[in-house]
Design a protein around this ligand. Structure first.
Ligand code: NAP
Ligand code: FE
Length: 359
């Protein structure tokens, strides 16, 4: 038994906003644009978007204060700031951080007595403003997933399931300005989504088809994309979108949950943090699904670990025994465990961290 649901209308191509953006007209007359501090001003995407909205006679306010790994507090503050304004739609522009922020605030601006914690109670998520997403990194796939990942007051990254975006506009030109290290970390996030989705207990025939294609594209093009090749960057934007469609069905596995503290406590970018532990999580998954794990390794040219090492993914991180114990305890209780094939005790998780941090 399986289900496949992907209601987001996806548009891809150079200058896609000016070509197909006018479909946004039906969403209303006033937009809140949610973006990061600088990159969307530099790569031309914010100008493209505001030009389009002006042509469509949609008025807008730009909120450009989204930080990496957005916190509960900043979503709450923005919701407070815009509470008395009437918007018809929210546009998330940038990497996963602004796209996730856009989903969260679209609920809070519609249901004005909810707070951020309520976003984690699915019963309370009934209404929201329509969301449009425009990615400028090739990694999270947030433009086609219903998820928003926010960091709570205790510093934990927590994902909630909100809504699928109505439209996603993918213009590969916006990704050309990414520095090499960001291409690597976001590309490995997409890679992890494809691999984890393929290995998840919730994998389905259509999600497998998307995951296999995404893995092949990433194996072939991520190294060239890091070198700045524009064709390769276009391919990576396609792959990250396909991989987003995968996790929209399967959600992520323990590798994501284990990467979170490396990001929140050690400042390692999300994709890099996840990718560092993934090959070692796969070794334990082998207990239950050896053939699938072998297939992933084959796609990446014999071994995923070697592929990631050759890209320069692994970096030195100082961690204490106390941190390892605490992270392992937390990961062993994460909801991701139930999707992840294999038996993951706290001791095994601790061993995975040790292996990943000593490459
Ligand atoms: P990000 O946190 O959105 O952005 C990282 C950095 O990249 C920022 O400094 C940003 O600058 C910059 N940047 C963005 N686009 C750029 C471009 N085209 N050129 C140069 N710099 C650019 O990075 P991300 O990896 O895309 O997103 C990570 C977040 O997404 C995490 O919070 C993660 O948990 C979440 N996530 C969500 C999902 C989901 O399904 N919803 C899945 C995986 C991950 P500015 O701040 O100036 O824009
Ligand atoms: Fe991710």
């Amino acid at each position: 038994m399986w289900e496949f649901y992907m209601p987001t209308d996806v548009f891809f191509g150079d200058h896609i906003l000016s070509k197909r953006g006018p479909v946004m007209k039906i969403l209303g007359k006033r937009a809140l644009i949610v973006t990061g501090r600088t990159s969307s001003k530099k790569n031309g995407s914010l100008d493209d978007l505001t030009d389009l909205l002006e042509k469509l006679d949609i008025s807008y306010v730009v909120f450009d204060e989204v930080e990496e790994n957005p916190s509960f507090a900043s979503v709450e503050r923005a919701a407070e700031r815009f509470r008395d304004e009437d918007f018809d739609l929210v546009v998330g522009l940038g990497g996963g951080s602004p796209m996730d922020f856009a989903k969260a605030i679209s609920v809070l601006l519609k249901e004005k007595d909810l707070n951020v914690e309520d976003l984690y109670d699915s019963e309370k998520i009934r209404r929201w403003l329509p969301v449009v997403e425009i990615p400028t990194t090739a990694g999270t796939g947030s433009e086609v997933t219903p998820y928003s990942v926010l960091t709570d007051q205790e510093g934990n990254k927590r994902g909630c399931r909100l809504m699928f975006p109505v439209y996603a506009f993918l213009d590969p030109r916006y990704t050309y300005s990414m520095p090499e290290d960001l291409v690597l970390s976001t590309g490995v996030d997409a890679l992890s989504h494809a691999v984890e989705g393929f290995l998840s207990r919730r994998a389905t025939p259509p999600s497998d088809a998307l995951a296999l294609e995404a893995m092949k594209i990433i194996h072939k093009y991520l190294p060239k994309a890091m070198g700045g090749d524009e064709k390769a960057r276009r391919k990576m934007l396609i792959a990250s979108c396909l991989a987003g469609m995968v996790i929209a069905q399967t959600s992520t596995t323990l590798a994501h949950a284990m990467g979170y503290p490396l990001t929140t406590e050690k400042g390692i970018k999300h994709g890099r943090a996840t990718g560092m532990v993934l090959p070692f999580v796969m070794n334990v998954m082998r207990e239950e699904i050896p053939d699938r794990v072998d297939e992933v390794n084959r796609i990446f040219g014999k071994s995923l670990l070697n592929f990631l090492k050759d890209l320069g993914l692994y970096q030195r991180v100082e961690v204490s025994q106390e941190e390892l114990e605490r992270w392992s305890e937390k990961a062993s209780r994460a909801k991701h465990v139930s999707n992840t094939p294999g038996t993951f005790t706290k001791e095994k998780i601790l061993m995975i961290y040790r292996e990943a941090l000593s490459v």
